[in-house]
Write a protein that binds this ligand. Structure first.
Ligand code: G6P
Length: 604
């Protein structure tokens, strides 16, 4: 949710670094972008544009900026104020420029009082008050650091802020309250960076430091680059360095057209890796119940896990959306294990829900993909999902990693799983990608989609509908197939296209009955199923009444037939991810960066 970056360097030519870092942060938002730097004549220069980093790059004169050594950059996901140049970052006031990620909750009162003092605002964003407030304090006491600290002390909300000043081209200041912030030195100690996360600094810093809540950072260039981290009492503190694990492989497309397609192709590899490396100190059977809290795709991973936890471990499991949980005053218990699932580890609703549970003294377990993220650091226990960095805004391989972790927690003994069977099905879906691509051409103009499934196929249906909505902007709804007769069947006509997840499992007979109910009402149906199931539907097949994606289902997923049954629908997620991807492409849309979305949602 907005990406920020900044650099202070002993040598010239930092603009390229700023742009490269911003490109890697684009997954956090791409409504507008901008940079500010102090040029060789000690002038503050600002370049801003609506849209993506590619547009920003076009308006930058790299020769003009070649001699600068300090700068900040921002890629925006709009919260306060529409997408305009005035609301784009960096925001300036006199010689000060700032970039901000998060929300300043008390900006209205601050703005009112600054306006009374004669400050004039260009836009309506909450962030602009930060620049003006630093200016205000500078007028009273001409000290940039003190003015910055006084400003931070007055702000309420969740934020990460970086500031520069044209008269202080040797000083870079940052502060973190609620939003993530990572800092690092280049291996040759020539450049110091402050950014939203590790991915921004991949290939620039081998080691990074994540700031703690309330920390600020002061970097100064004297005879050498020195930085100090201060806690909320302004005492100098040491924070642990961590290896920056984001690899070049993670941040490049490696020949794929889009990151999302690359990440879907990684799903079987990720499943294998998580299976192989899984280690955990937590035994779910030690608890009376489990409570899973998450958002978006991570929430659907939790829903699927409920089927496994209750059937395999016989532990009562509740699953709830974090934004509801945190304000609902739920009844909690010491005998419950609270599991928080998050790809980014920064989703504010999930993080706040976890803090609430922790503050009450209950046990928290985080399932997180980004090491060093806030949720990973603050949970009592954390399992790293090890999906590798995910760049596509829509979560794909992370869902596979999250569900694999949950399955291993539920099943307790790895030996009960036939991981090769599961990945074989995923690979066969990837190999038949051309079938899904051809179907996407048929689906791309459908006005309404209904995703249906029973048992474990139901969360997969929900995940399918979410992916279709976010990538293709098509109205898509996920429903338990047994429930359509209680409402959704009323909307079935020739304009509704139903995508039914029908693996060869215990429920398949009932699922097919639901498909027939839809066909009887002139609805169109796509069955995602196996050749064996379709072979028994002679009439449908003969009369070409249904579209189909056929999966090769000859592998067992477990030697225990009961476990095998529970898992039959799980690898189908690769097919529904591919379908959403190809429909987006068929509609000419950007699958990696769907409109209005951001990958890491650090605001409410
Ligand atoms: C955003 C992303 C989704 C993601 C959700 C939860 O909405 O666009 O892809 O599922 O956040 O994110 P988390 O990082 O907590 O899993």
């Amino acid at each position: 949710m907005c990406g920020i970056v900044s650099v202070l360097s002993r040598n010239d030519g930092i603009i390229r670094d700023l742009i490269d870092c911003l490109s890697r942060l684009e997954y956090r938002g791409y409504d507008s972008a901008g940079i500010a730097y102090v040029d060789k004549n000690s002038r503050l220069c600002v370049k801003k544009t609506i849209g993506k980093i590619a547009s920003l790059e076009k308006i930058i004169d790299f020769n003009e900026g070649a001699r600068c050594r300090i700068g900040i950059g921002h890629t925006r996901w709009a919260t306060h104020g529409e997408v305009t140049i005035q609301n784009a970052h960096p925001h300036t006031s006199d010689e000060v420029a700032i970039v901000h990620n998060g929300i300043i909750e008390n900006y209205e009162s601050l703005k009112e009082s600054l306006m009374k003092d004669g400050f004039v605002f260009d836009g309506v964003s909450d962030s602009e008050v930060v620049a003006k407030l630093i200016s205000y304090h500078l007028k009273k006491n001409n000290d940039f650091l003190k003015a910055f600290q006084a400003t931070i002390g007055q702000l309420k909300g969740a934020f990460a802020i970086v500031a520069i000043h044209a008269d202080y081209p040797y000083m870079l200041l940052g502060a973190k309250r609620g939003s993530p912030m990572a800092v690092g030195l280049s291996p040759d100690s020539q450049r110091f960076y402050i950014a939203s996360d590790a991915v921004a600094l991949s290939s620039l810093c081998h080691d990074i430091v994540y700031l703690d809540e309330g920390d600020s950072v002061v970097c100064e260039l004297t005879d050498e680059l020195r930085y100090r981290i201060l806690n909320s009492n302004l005492e100098v503190v040491d924070r642990q360095k961590t290896r920056n694990n984001v690899s070049l492989h993670d941040v490049t497309k490696n020949g794929f057209e889009d990151f999302m397609l690359k990440e879907i192709f990684e799903e079987p590899v990720v499943a294998q890796r998580v299976f192989r490396n899984f280690k955990c100190n937590v035994n779910v059977a030690d608890y009376r119940s489990i409570y899973i809290i998450a958002c978006g795709t991570s929430y659907y991973a939790g829903l699927l896990a409920k089927y496994w936890l209750e059937s395999l471990s016989r532990v009562h499991t509740d699953v709830e959306i974090a934004s509801e949980f945190r304000y609902r005053n739920p009844v909690l218990s010491r005998e419950t294990l609270y599991i928080f699932i998050s790809q980014s580890g920064e989703t504010i609703d999930t993080l706040s829900a976890m803090r609430q549970v922790k503050n009450m003294g209950f046990k928290t377990l985080a399932i997180v993909n980004v090491e060093g993220s806030s949720i990973a650091r603050e949970a009592d226990e954390c399992i790293h999902t090890d999906a590798g960095f995910e760049i596509g805004v829509a979560s794909t391989k992370s869902f596979v990693a999250q569900t694999m972790v949950m399955l291993l927690l539920s099943i307790q003994q790895k030996s009960r799983l036939n991981i090769d069977g599961i990945t074989y099905t995923m690979y066969s879906i990837l190999n038949d990608g051309f079938v899904i691509k051809a179907l996407a051409e048929r689906i791309k103009d459908k006005a309404r989609l209904l995703y249906l499934g029973r048992g474990g196929s139901f969360p997969i249906a929900l995940e399918g509908a979410l992916k279709m909505k976010e990538l293709s902007y098509v109205s898509a709804e996920g429903y338990p197939s047994g429930e359509i007769k209680h409402g959704p069947i009323a909307m079935i006509d020739h304009q509704v296209y139903s995508i039914i997840i029908a693996p060869d499992d215990y429920y398949v007979g009932k699922t097919i009955v639901n498909a027939r109910e839809i066909l009887a009402r002139n609805g169109e149906v796509l069955l995602i199923t196996t050749g064996k199931v379709l072979a028994n539907l002679h009439d449908l097949k003969k009369n070409k009444l249904v579209d189909h994606i056929l999966l090769k289902d000859q592998w067992e997923y477990s030697t225990d037939p009961a476990v095998d049954q529970l898992l039959r629908s799980w690898p189908y997620v690769t097919a529904i991810h591919m379908l959403a991807y190809y429909v987006a492409k068929a509609r000419g849309l950007n699958a990696d960066q769907p409109r209005n979305l951001a990958k890491s949602v650090t605001v409410e």
